[in-house]
Design a protein around this ligand. Structure first.
Ligand code: C5P
Length: 396
């Protein structure tokens, strides 16, 4: 399952560290190469000899080997890893990660690693439920860290509750589906519109908006990783095309309409994430408009609503739309769902901190004809995964 994958296993000072031995073994059985990092306290719970023997690699605790000065490069370890799994992760390590504290090798590696970081929290139920820990976990999620579930059950303290480390077998499964996502959308074709449209006024000026395309690109990426054939109809953005995605570049709302109609013909689903101009200049001047009078009026006409037009002809195909609202959010979103004949609408409000244009995070609510699901603030990649889950359900 994990053949050839490089897993960097970080162990912190929790009693659940005894399960790290089994976790390491299972990762190796699944085909992964494993290197282990430990905090100084972790050594009190499980020995370096055990972990070095099981991982078949020397473990690292300190920044350098005091015997010979050999430097343990946190940068090199982060670069080597396809995934940095911190299991068990104590409340203390989680808090330090949330605040960027870097007082041991495990933490400096977290700050410098470019790969996906995954934490498996392990602590007493009261520590786990404490508002400080929950806030720290939320911060990590916002930074794109995957936080594994901490199941309820008997804890080392004898108490019952949440805070146990996820069982090693389940952790390996979670890592496997992260690194090699199941091809649950194989054979499906999805069109995603993203980015801002550009409406020319003259050869120099245009009307556009603040959309960066981040959310739509993250969705295209998540869908492609699940095996879907994805075409991205993209307006203005500075982003790179996600791996395996076909991209059609457009500028104006009219261009986007034409490309979308064409691409939707062979699609099973459309995700309308683009910020399309509602109005465009009636006349586009051939030459640069001169500065003369004190005031200047621009006559605009309505553009075509692409989502609405596709909604009219969709038949059995599915359409997911977006709504960015500043007031009366839910009512407006529900109205759009019905009027545009959409199957689901993803509502984001500009009032929510960290949501909307340019951020790497988003806070959304899924609205369909029967339900309303509010998601916590999360990275756009995480929100894209949840949207991909919904698309899987729609296309079943
Ligand atoms: O009506 P409003 O612009 O708020 O609707 C937002 C939804 O409609 C988004 O999914 C957006 O991509 C789509 N839309 C469109 N064409 C337009 C305007 C909006 O596809 N001209």
């Amino acid at each position: 399952m994990l053949k050839g994958k490089h897993i960097l296993l970080g162990i912190t000072g929790s009693i659940a560290a005894y399960k790290a031995a089994m976790l390491c073994r299972l990762l190796r059985v699944a085909g992964a190469e494993v290197k282990v990092l430990m905090t100084p306290t972790a050594k009190e719970f499980i020995t370096p000899v055990t972990m070095a023997t099981l991982s078949k690699n020397p473990i690292a605790v300190e920044f350098y080997n005091p015997e010979n000065g050999d430097w343990h490069s946190h940068i090199a370890m982060g670069e080597w890893a396809d995934c940095y799994l911190i299991a068990p992760a104590t409340a203390n390590t989680i808090a330090k990660m949330a605040y960027g504290i870097a007082d041991n090798l495990l933490l400096t590696t977290y700050l410098s690693a470019r790969c996906q970081t995954v934490v498996a929290p392990a602590m007493d139920c009261d520590m786990f439920c404490h508002v400080a820990t929950q806030e720290n976990l939320a911060k990590l999620r916002e930074c794109g860290v995957v936080v594994l579930e901490s199941p309820e059950g008997e804890l080392a303290s004898g108490l019952m509750g949440k805070g146990r480390m996820m069982e090693p077998e389940q952790i390996v499964e979670a890592i496997d589906s992260l690194l090699s996502p199941k091809q649950t959308l194989a054979g499906k074709r999805v069109m995603v519109t993203a980015g801002a449209t550009v409406e020319a006024i003259d050869p120099v000026r245009y009307i556009s908006n603040h959309s960066t395309g981040k959310m739509g690109y993250a969705i295209a990426d998540a869908l492609a990783k699940r095996g879907a054939e994805v075409v991205l109809v993209s307006g203005k953005t500075a982003l790179a095309t996600p791996q395996g995605v076909r991209r059609v570049d457009v500028l104006s709302a009219e261009d986007m309409y034409e490309a979308s109609v064409k691409e939707f013909e062979s699609a099973d689903c459309a995700v309308m994430c683009a910020a399309v101009a509602d109005y465009t200049p009636v006349i586009v001047s051939d030459s640069k408009i001169k500065k003369n009078d004190d005031t200047f009026s621009l006559e605009l006409r309505k553009t075509k609503d692409i989502a609405r037009e596709l909604g009219k002809v969709k038949g059995a195909r599915k359409i997911v739309g977006f709504a960015l609202e500043t007031d009366n959010e839910q009512v407006n979103a529900e109205k759009k769902l019905a009027e545009k004949n959409l199957d689901m609408i993803v509502l984001n409000s500009l009032r929510d901190e960290g949501a909307g244009f340019g951020h790497d995070t988003n806070k959304v609510t899924f609205i369909d004809s029967t339900s309303r699901t509010e998601l916590p603030l999360a990275s756009k990649a995480e929100v894209a995964e949840r949207i991909a889950d919904r698309i899987e359900e729609l296309l079943k």
